[in-house]
Design a protein around this ligand. Structure first.
Ligand code: GDP
Ligand code: MN
Length: 361
């Protein structure tokens, strides 16, 4: 889950990473009350979960006299379609130099990948493409307690020495917060010192419970509901709902939809040994997605019994048509239950998927 800037900044602060003075506001009036804390000029930063806020109009510089008005303006804006409910107001920094620092998980080497460049402030993806030599890299086994000094020197080269300390603080946040990415862009040099002028932290979804985060904001409401039931459920952009059991069979169903040139709206893996109740919840969840116009159920009965599946589908009582491929344990009983209830039972998964694609065409 991606944290908002002010949340990441609060964590960075605990690890000693210096940042500009500031506070969070929910109305222009709150800014007016505390404007004295920020000096003559300030920066107003929309707390929205989108990248590149600067370019999208989410970052405004203001002086004391105009701050309240500018904050009101920013609260009225949508940044890349996201309304602004909170603004981080911080003191304005006299930037002399901008650096970029990040630590991410490199899945291929199973190590931490540190990126550093003295061309900060810009879009790092663009820089990596246009001037790959400008981005310095280092790989670090996650068992290391600190970034070794030789590695820090190679990364920093002529950058100010204090940044070495900040890199190590960032590395500690990264490890202890189970992050997939910890990023400071820009990391700035001012006449007063070095500051993290922005803060980004993505926490591994599998570690949210350990980190005490109870709600994954990156999930849709239905994805959250699915998580409660222990279903693997992902929303896509097409119009066919997909239910399978087991990751392999579910993925194969998606591949077949692609093969027949259809588009899945979502997919749900009910897992092993699903009973009537579980199947009912699964069908209702998939059908609750308003873009779903037909549902393909592709289940292989093993421990899962086809008669339980059939009862689950009927008790879901949904409005969209359901096309099934059921095979295995109690297949005949399942067929008998579904017979005459308006469900189409196909002999193979190819036929079932093909029928679903044709149904939405
Ligand atoms: P992002 O666009 O979402 O990454 O938001 P940032 O927090 O990185 O802000 C965008 C840009 O605004 C930065 O790259 C800076 O160049 C600029 N900026 C932000 N804060 C200050 C500041 O205090 N002083 C100056 N001069 N520029 C700032
Ligand atoms: Mn930034």
């Amino acid at each position: 889950m991606k944290l908002l800037e002010h949340e990441a900044r609060a964590l960075f602060e605990k690890y000693g990473i210096p940042h500009p003075r500031g506070f969070l506001i929910r109305s222009p009036g709150e800014l007016q009350e505390r404007i004295g804390e920020l000096g003559e000029r300030c920066v107003l930063k929309a707390q929205v979960d989108v990248g590149g806020r600067g370019k999208a109009g989410g970052i405004l510089v203001a002086d004391r006299a105009t701050a309240e008005k500018k904050a009101a303006e920013l609260f009225e804006r949508e940044i890349k379609g996201v309304p602004v409910r909170e603004i981080l107001a911080v003191e304005y920094l006299e930037i002399r130099q901008e650096f970029y620092a990040s630590i991410a998980i490199d899945r291929s080497t199973k190590q931490a990948l540190i990126l550093f460049t003295d061309q900060g402030g810009v879009d790092i993806e663009t820089l990596a493409k246009e001037r790959p030599d400008a981005v310095r890299k280092a790989s670090l086994p996650l068992l290391m307690h600190d970034i070794p000094p030789f590695m820090v020197r190679d990364l920093l080269q002529s950058a100010p020495k204090e940044i070495g300390k900040i890199l190590n603080q960032l590395y500690r946040v990264f490890c202890e917060k189970d992050a997939l990415l910890a990023e400071i862009n820009p990391l700035v040099v001012t006449p007063e010192g070095v500051y993290a002028a922005d803060a980004k932290l993505i926490i591994d979804d599998n570690a949210l419970a350990r980190q005490g985060i109870t709600v994954n904001r990156d999930l849709t409401e239905r994805e959250r509901e699915a998580e409660k039931h222990g279903f693997s459920y992902v929303e896509l952009t097409g119009d066919i709902g997909v239910i399978g059991n087991g990751a392999g069979l579910t993925m194969a169903t998606l591949d077949l939809i692609e093969y027949y040139e259809g588009r899945a709206a979502n997919f749900l893996d009910v897992g092993g040994g699903a009973d009537q109740e579980r199947v009912m919840h699964a069908v209702r969840l998939v059908a609750a997605d308003p873009s779903v116009r037909v549902i393909v159920v592709n289940l292989l009965g093993g421990i899962t019994r086809c008669d339980e599946v059939a009862k689950g589908i009927i008790s879901a009582g949904i409005s969209q048509p359901v096309i099934l491929r059921l095979a295995g344990t109690n297949e005949a009983e399942g067929r008998k239950i579904l017979d005459g209830c308006g469900y189409r039972m196909m002999e193979s998964m190819e036929q079932a998927v093909k029928a679903a694609v044709e149904a939405v065409r």
